[in-house]
Design a protein around this ligand. Structure first.
Ligand SMILES: Nc1ncnc2c1ncn2[C@@H]1O[C@H](COP(=O)(O)OP(=O)(O)OP(=O)(O)O)[C@@H](O)[C@H]1O
Ligand SMILES: [Mg+2]
Length: 281
């Protein structure tokens, strides 16, 4: 079995194991003695250790070259993303936040440094491995939505499945996928906009469609690049509520680039990108 088929199988096992009682895990994490039969305690400890850091990078560097201009953007970024937490990345415009998110998502390759998903190095994977990784682990929300204009909102939500499945597999599973896509559109409050094209949707509706699309494959980690950036305050607050509830109630790990100080203040961890490096605040 290839490394990434193994990874996908492991993800399915993890999804099944997610029913383990969270309170017990938290007690164990806090060092509280938990009176459990040995095997259960052992499993819980293993899960806590195992789940501690989901995504990490060390010494990551990225320089862009445009003609004679060399722009060193990331100069050695070290970052740990704890599982099930909400991590906010802040920093001035042009500081490299989107660049870092793209590298974490394996959409681009660092010039130096290493990126890990749990204990597996991912920046050196080939294109097939990266694709499989993105389809099975990541959900992504981009700064400018990236919806396909010729497809309806519902079809846009289904795109990751259309891309990742074989034609035959998609055909056999199409009803199941359609039900899930409709359910997600309902969750983001867009049941009444399924057949609208992106140019018939408002900015907030496009962003909510992009959130539904990011969730269609049951990701373990959501990478979001300023998801409220182009929205008015009230609509942005609605988007944030959706993301917070995904994190708090569904234990989705979230890494969000934001300029919103309130989000940064209330995140589990906030890091600031400055001078090409990351600092915790
Ligand atoms: N493909 C590219 N080629 C050349 N320079 C680039 C490229 N992509 C980004 N840059 C430069 O790298 C720097 C960081 O860009 P990036 O998009 O990561 O910033 P950001 O922190 O996300 O900014 P913003 O808050 O405005 O979205 C910028 O100075 C930008 O001009
Ligand atoms: Mg950006």
């Amino acid at each position: 079995m290839s490394k990434f088929l193994q990874l996908a199988a492991q993800q399915r096992r993890r999804a099944a194991a997610q029913h383990a009682p969270r309170a017990i895990a938290q007690d164990a994490a806090a060092g509280v003695r938990v009176d459990q039969p040995h095997s259960i305690q052992h499993e819980v400890e293993e899960e806590v250790l195992d789940d501690h850091i989901l995504l990490s990078c060390s010494g990551v560097k990225k320089t862009y070259k445009k003609g004679k201009h060399v722009v060193p953007v990331l100069r050695g970024v070290d970052l740990d993303v704890p599982a099930e937490q909400f991590t906010a990345i802040i920093g001035q415009s042009g500081s490299g936040k989107s660049t870092l998110l793209h590298l974490l998502a394996t959409l681009d390759r660092p010039d130096a440094g290493e990126i890990y998903l749990e204990d597996r190095r991912i920046d050196t994977l080939g294109s097939k491995g990266k694709e499989l990784l993105r389809n099975s682990y990541y959900g992504m929300i981009f700064q400018f939505y990236h919806l396909l204009p010729e497809l309806t909102a519902l079809e846009n939500v289904l795109i990751p499945k259309m891309i990742s499945d074989t034609a035959m597999n998609y055909f056999w599973n199409r009803r199941k996928y359609m039900e899930r896509a409709k359910h997600l559109m309902h969750q983001v409050g867009l049941s009444h906009r399924l057949r609208h094209k992106p140019n018939q949707l408002s900015g907030g509706e496009m962003q909510r469609t992009a959130i539904a699309r990011a969730l269609i494959s049951n990701p373990r980690i959501l990478l979001a690049d300023e998801p409220m950036g182009n929205l008015d305050e009230e609509t942005g607050a609605g988007i944030l509520d959706i993301l917070r509830s995904l994190n708090e109630q569904h234990h989705l790990t979230i890494v969000m680039v934001t300029h919103d100080q309130e989000v940064a203040r209330t995140a589990d961890q906030t890091v600031v990108l400055t001078q090409g490096r990351v600092e915790r605040v």
